[in-house]
Structure formats: C-alpha cells, structure tokens
Design a protein around this ligand. Structure first.
Ligand code: SAM
Length: 408
C-alpha cells in the first residue's frame, strides 16, 4: 500500500527517470500535485516490495506506454514542500535514473496529462524544475547503448589496421609507472599496456557496456564509469594519459566546452613532465579528388549521400562515369560503410571522421597548457579505397589518422 502522499508521516521513496531517445528526452505534464499541470521528468512512487528500477519501468509503462532500458543511477534528490503554516505537505526522496527508450509508442495515460519527446536543445519551453534541468544537462546518455557497444566491439575486432594502431601507440608509452586510458572502450589498449608491465593501469569510459568489455579484456585494470571532462583523480596522478579515438566523440557529441574541459582535466592529472598520447581522425581538408567506383560501391555512396546528416555530400558526375568529391566526403564515406544496416548507423551518420587538423589541435593543447612534442600522420586512405575497389583517378592519397604526444 502506498502511504498518503500529502502530509505523510514518513518520507516517500520516488523515482524519476531521464529517458533518452535519439537526442530527445521524455517529459510529462503532471496530473497531480505537487506541480499539477506542469512539465516534469516522468516517474512515480516505489511500491512496497518493488525495486527502484522495477518501479521506474512500471511507472513509465503505465504513464507513457513505452518500455525503457535502465542505464544507471544518476542522483538522489530531496523534494520537501511545506504549506503556508510550515508543515511538511510533501516529502519525497527521489532516486534519479538514466534510461534509454527501448520500444512502444508514446501516449499519455494514468495520472499524467501529456507526454512528449522534448528536444534536448529546446527544453526551456517546458519550464522543468531547475534541478531536473541540471540533471538532464549532466546526464546525457552515453553515446553507446548496450547494443551499439556490442556492434562497435565487433567492428574493432575485425578492423585490420587496429593492431598496427595499438602498436604505434604502445611503442610510445615507454617506461611509465601509471597510465590512464580515457574512453578506454573495450580495453584493448589497456590489455596491450598490461603486457608492458605498467604497474598502474586505469581506464575510464562513459558507457557501462564498454566498461564491462574492458573488464573482461583487462581484468587487473582499475576501471571507472566517468566522463572525460570530469575526472575524479587527484592532480598529478599519471605518467601517461592515452586518448585513442575519443577526442572527436567528445567534440562532436559533448556539450560545448567539453573538449576544452577534457584537455584541461588531462593536463591536471598528468604528473609534471607526463605525456598525453592522443590518436584520432585527421581532417584531409576540402580539396576535391576524382574517383572511379564499382557499381556496388556507387550504390552505397548514393545511400550515404541520402543518409549522412552532418553536412550535404556533393558529387559531381563526369561523362566518363568518374566522380569528383571532396576528400572529407570520401573519407567519411569509406570509413563508415561498415555501419550501414547496423544499430549504430544513425550515430555514424551524425558523426564525422574529419574532425581535427594540426592547427586546431595545437590551439586546443596550448589552451590546456600542453606542449606538442611529436606529430605523426599515418594510415593512408589508399588502403581504404583499395578495400572498396575505388580508383583514385585524380589527386593523391593522404593519411587519415594522427598521433600526437604532448607534455604537461
Ligand atoms: C571510438 S571508441 C574508442 C575506444 C578505445 N579508446 C579504442 O580506441 O579502442 C570511443 C570511446 O570513448 C567513449 N566516450 C565517448 N565520449 C566520452 C566521454 N565524454 N567520456 C568518457 N568516455 C567517452 C565511448 O563510450 C567509447 O567507448
């Protein structure tokens, strides 16, 4: 039995859920006090004998007719409302969970007046309580859901050039006593670093599923669920910080300022003279090249042109069947075909593999008081073109990755 909600004799345990669905958040207009008729995160009261997570799933099923997948607990909030006489009219202890939409068609039921998917950039019009707005800003669901993390791990296992990449990075780690891997993903760099005998290996990632993979790959690494822009380590903790193919995700999917905050956190946790080793995609610039594609690949390119969200892909057809397109467009195309038809396709279509050039990176590093010491470019695009059977008719191949070492 649920105790009286108004003027309760004890605090009532409630649950609120930040449900993400492709850049949108589930909000409901409350049908009962407190804040009747106002927008809020969905949720309700935990029933006797019910777990908080079950209560969250049940409430959202009853109120909104959808199923959710719970990722993790975000916070605990006290909601205490007093009446004009100073008596406690409502007292909730609210557990806030982060979840993802799984299935079902949204419609309002039970004790709510309306339910909507609110664009995360347009939350102001819902006038959510301040503390809920802060929670949403902090929460932002991890980029990779459980399913997406599995697909990415599978891709990583079959990526022919990955072993070479890990080798290039690990060669530069040297005699470190401590290494922090930011966005460690499935932990393959940590596993390779363990073979170097580095005593302290730490990995952080924002995705619980990816951390589970890292745990299996490198059981003796210390792993933390955390965001790169909020590191929980004390100053000067590590000899080496590694950031392999994560900076572009922070730049593209983080909040404004996350990349700058991440680099400043890296600088803070590096020991004096410690090194950041970063590997990421390199922007080949807007220059155009002329290519000839096999028919099957041409059909894939047409599909890519339709699906890619980040910018308009422009093709110029030549009478001899060849095509002009920018190096950026070609690089994003050939490095993303693997994701077509997978649960990760939407995400890949909102991301670019041309995020940084050296100038941009140097400016970011210097803002974080990190000094660039080594800059290496590698992985020729010609290898990707060959894999796709694409002939480069005009223009030369270019490297599509960089590796840098910066000192604090
Ligand atoms: C492309 S994967 C690379 C994984 C690994 N470094 C590698 O190269 O194998 C990027 C990883 O960074 C994580 N990530 C993305 N943004 C993050 C952030 N702001 N904080 C922590 N991890 C993040 C993702 O969950 C993902 O596991």
């Amino acid at each position: 039995m649920i105790p009286e909600r108004a003027y309760p004799t004890h605090p009532i345990v409630g649950v609120s859920v930040v449900v993400f669905n492709d850049g949108k958040i589930l909000v409901v207009r409350r049908g009962r006090e407190p804040r009747k008729g106002r927008w809020s995160l969905p949720g309700g009261v935990v029933e006797l004998g019910e777990t908080v997570r079950d209560a969250a799933r049940r409430e959202i099923r009853e109120e909104c007719h959808i199923e959710i997948e719970i990722e993790r607990a975000l916070d605990v909030l006290d909601r205490i409302f007093k009446d004009p006489d100073g008596r406690v009219q409502y007292h909730y202890v609210l557990v806030i969970l982060l979840a993802r939409y799984k299935s079902g068609e949204l419609h309002a039921d039970s004790d709510i007046e309306a339910a909507e998917w609110a664009d995360i950039h347009d939350l102001a019009r819902y006038d959510l309580p301040d503390e809920q707005q802060q929670l949403i800003a902090q929460a932002r669901a991890p980029l990779y859901s459980s399913e997406a993390a599995k697909i990415l791990a599978q891709r990583e296992r079959t990526d022919a050039r990955r072993a070479q990449r890990i080798h290039v990075v690990l060669e530069r780690v040297g005699q470190a006593q401590s290494l922090l891997d930011i966005g460690c993903g499935s932990g393959e760099y940590l596993r390779a670093a363990a073979k170097l005998g580095i005593p302290r290996l730490v990995g952080i990632d924002e995705s619980p599923e990816r951390l589970r993979q890292a745990q299996a790959n490198c059981p003796h690494a210390e792993l933390h669920l955390a965001r790169a822009d909020k590191l929980t380590f004390v100053d000067q903790s590590f000899d080496v910080v590694l950031a392999a193919q994560v900076l572009h995700e922070i730049a593209l999917f983080g909040q404004p300022g996350d990349l700058e905050r991440t680099l400043s956190e890296i600088s803070r946790v590096l020991k004096s003279g410690g090194r950041l080793i970063a590997l990421d995609h390199l922007d080949p610039g807007p220059e155009r090249v002329r290519v000839r594609l096999p028919q099957r690949v041409r059909a894939q390119l047409d599909y890519f042109v339709q699906r890619y969200q980040l910018r308009k892909i422009t093709l110029e057809e030549c009478p001899d069947g060849t095509l002009w397109l920018s190096r950026r467009d070609l690089q994003d195309f050939v490095t993303k075909t693997w994701a077509f038809g997978t649960a990760i396709e939407d995400l890949e279509m909102r991301e670019t593999h041309c995020p940084f050039d050296r100038e941009k990176i140097e400016a970011l590093l210097s803002k974080a008081r990190l000094t660039l010491c080594e800059w290496l470019t590698f992985e020729e695009i010609s290898e990707d073109l060959a894999e796709h059977g694409i002939e480069l008719v005009e223009g030369a191949s270019w490297p599509r990755k960089f590796l840098l070492i910066a000192r604090s």
